[in-house]
Design a protein around this ligand. Structure first.
Ligand SMILES: [Zn+2]
Length: 218
C-alpha cells in the first residue's frame, strides 16, 4: 500500500477491518472517492466537506478544464463506484441519513423514492424521528451512533438494520445477485429484535436463579 491509512470509524459497518477502497472521480482528474464516503484532493489530502442547508454533504472540485464545480458527495461516490448518474435518477441514502455516504448506503433511484423531497418538506429532524425511512423503529437494539466521515467529529444516529442490509445487498450485488433492500432490512430488524429478546430472557433467568440461590443460602 502507499501508506494511506483509514483512521476514521468505519461508517458502513463493513466486515474485515480497516479496508477503504479509493477510485478516481469521473470528470475530475486527480481526485479520489472512497467507499466509506471520503474524498481526496489532487495533493492526496482528505477534503473537508461542506454541509448544505438540507444537511447534504457537498464538495467543490475542479474539472478537467480547471472550472470550479460543486457536487453532492453522495453523487460523486456513486459515479466513482457504480455508474455515471442515470437520466432522471438521484443519488439516495438507504437509511435516510445524509451523513452516511458509505457506498453500501447509496443507490441511484427515482426522485419519488428520494429522501431529498422529505427533507425539503421539513421532515429532516432526525433527532425527533422514531423510524428510519424504511420504517424501522429506532429502538435500543436498532440504533447505532456513528461518526461523520471527514474528521469533523460530528456523530449521527443510524438504523442498524438498514446499515447491515446495505452491506449484505452490496456484497450480493458484487456477486451478481440482486436482493430486495426492504426485504433484507426487515429481516435484519427481526433478527436483531429476536437477539435482543433472547438476551433479555437470559438476563431475567440469571436474575431469577441468583435469587433462588440466595434464598437457599439464607
Ligand atoms: Zn431502517
Amino acid at each position: 500500500m502507499n501508506g494511506i491509512k483509514n483512521t476514521i470509524e468505519n461508517p458502513a459497518g463493513l466486515p474485515a477491518g480497516p479496508e477503504e477502497n479509493w477510485k478516481p472521480i469521473p470528470g475530475f482528474p486527480g481526485y479520489l472517492a472512497s467507499d466509506l464516503g471520503q474524498l481526496r484532493g489532487r495533493k492526496g489530502g482528505i477534503l473537508a466537506q461542506q454541509i448544505d442547508e438540507h444537511g447534504y454533504h457537498r464538495i467543490t472540485l475542479r474539472d478537467a478544464r480547471g472550472r470550479s464545480r460543486t457536487r453532492f458527495v453522495h453523487n460523486v461516490i456513486l459515479e466513482a463506484f457504480v455508474s455515471l448518474r442515470p437520466a432522471k435518477l438521484d443519488g439516495c441514502h438507504n437509511d435516510g441519513d445524509q451523513d452516511n455516504n458509505a457506498l453500501t448506503n447509496l443507490r441511484w433511484d427515482t426522485r419519488s423514492a428520494n429522501t431529498y423531497d422529505k427533507v425539503r418538506h421539513g421532515t429532516h429532524n432526525y433527532g425527533s424521528r422514531n423510524r428510519c425511512d424504511w420504517g424501522h423503529e429506532y429502538t435500543e437494539f436498532n440504533t447505532q451512533m456513528a461518526k461523520v466521515s471527514g474528521g469533523s467529529g460530528r456523530r449521527y444516529r443510524r438504523c442498524r438494520a438498514c446499515n447491515a442490509a446495505g452491506a449484505t445487498v452490496w456484497y450480493a450485488g458484487k456477486h451478481g445477485e440482486q436482493l430486495d433492500f426492504q426485504q433484507v432490512a426487515d429481516g435484519k430488524f427481526e433478527t436483531f429484535r429476536a437477539e435482543h429478546e433472547a438476551r433479555l430472557r437470559e438476563d431475567a433467568q440469571q436474575l431469577a436463579e441468583g435469587q433462588k440461590r440466595q434464598a437457599v443460602a439464607a
